[in-house]
Ligand binder design. Structure first.
Ligand SMILES: Nc1ncnc2c1ncn2[C@@H]1O[C@H](COP(=O)(O)OP(=O)(O)O)[C@@H](O)[C@H]1O
Ligand SMILES: [Mg+2]
Length: 250
């Protein structure tokens, strides 16, 4: 198997507690891997090791088969690893295209000398990426505050895609959404997968997981308790792996 992103025996300790214990996992381009486990199982810590929030105490991270060091979240972004957290980190008062270009604004010269924001180019480029992902937001001049939860999620995802994410990590993407919007976000995940993005998704919603994931990795008390292909498993078996009643599969 050729993983786009891979961890090998990765470990993270907090004092005497081993939050992530020798975990090896990977995700291929165009694949969706779901990370499941009870509260405290180590899912978020594992994600934070991959997204540069923490540095591993042991083990390694590989991108395209090459060992990489991830110095910080910004460094992770520079290497094509984008993470969408629940709070999304969008600027509520800014409009859609300003959020897509937040911190990386396009400028033009006014009167040949002064740098000013190039609204036309940012709006145009944003429209292209939204269209590519089949996301419908009537006006890109709407402020984020006026958008629904699903639309906000879509803006955050569009920003990642515009800036060339290779690996997209999503922590509970549908948790705060209504049913119709959950469905849209799931469709968006499928569309990203079809465009070759490697996706790691944390979700408690078993339905979502069976709907979009190719593979499930179950964490329990810091260790990888099991790994199954969605086509070969059932929700019951996965629940068994999460709570520890099912035999360990690796
Ligand atoms: N920054 C931290 N400092 C100390 N302990 C932490 C920290 N982050 C997480 N932990 C502990 O590590 C374990 C795994 O947590 P976490 O990765 O958040 O689990 P999950 O996301 O699966 O609920 C838990 O026991 C948690 O209390
Ligand atoms: Mg968590």
């Amino acid at each position: 198997m050729s993983y786009l992103l891979e961890t090998k025996n990765i470990t993270k300790r907090f004092g005497g507690l081993t939050a992530v214990d020798q975990v090896s996992m990977g995700v291929e381009a165009g694949e969706v891997v779901a990370l499941l486990g009870d509260n405290g199982a180590g899912k978020s810590t594992l994600i934070k090791l991959i997204s540069g929030v923490y540095k591993p105490d042991e083990g390694e991270i590989l991108l395209n088969g090459k060992r990489i060091e991830i110095e910080s979240p910004i460094d992770a972004l520079a290497q094509g690893i984008e993470t969408i957290y629940q709070d999304l980190a969008l600027a509520e008062n800014l409009n859609v295209y300003s959020n897509i270009f937040l911190g990386r604004e396009k400028t033009r010269k006014a009167f040949g000398i002064i740098d000013v924001l190039n609204h036309a180019v940012m709006a145009d480029e944003s429209r292209k990426v939204l269209d590519r992902l089949d996301i419908h937001i009537p006006s890109l001049k709407s402020t984020i505050r006026t958008l629904s939860g699903g639309q906000r999620q879509a803006v955050a995802i569009s920003r990642s895609i515009y800036w060339d994410a290779k690996v997209l990590i999503m922590d509970e993407p549908t948790a705060a959404l209504g049913i119709a919007e959950q469905k849209k976000v799931l469709n968006l995940v499928k569309s990203l997968k079809n465009q070759g993005i490697a996706i790691i998704i944390i979700s408690h919603q078993m339905y979502d997981v069976f709907e979009v994931a190719d593979r499930i990795i179950v964490m329990r008390r810091g260790v990888k308790a099991g790994e199954v292909l969605v086509k070969d498993t059932t929700p019951d078996e996965v629940v068994g792996l999460i709570v520890g009643s099912e035999t360990v599969k690796k």
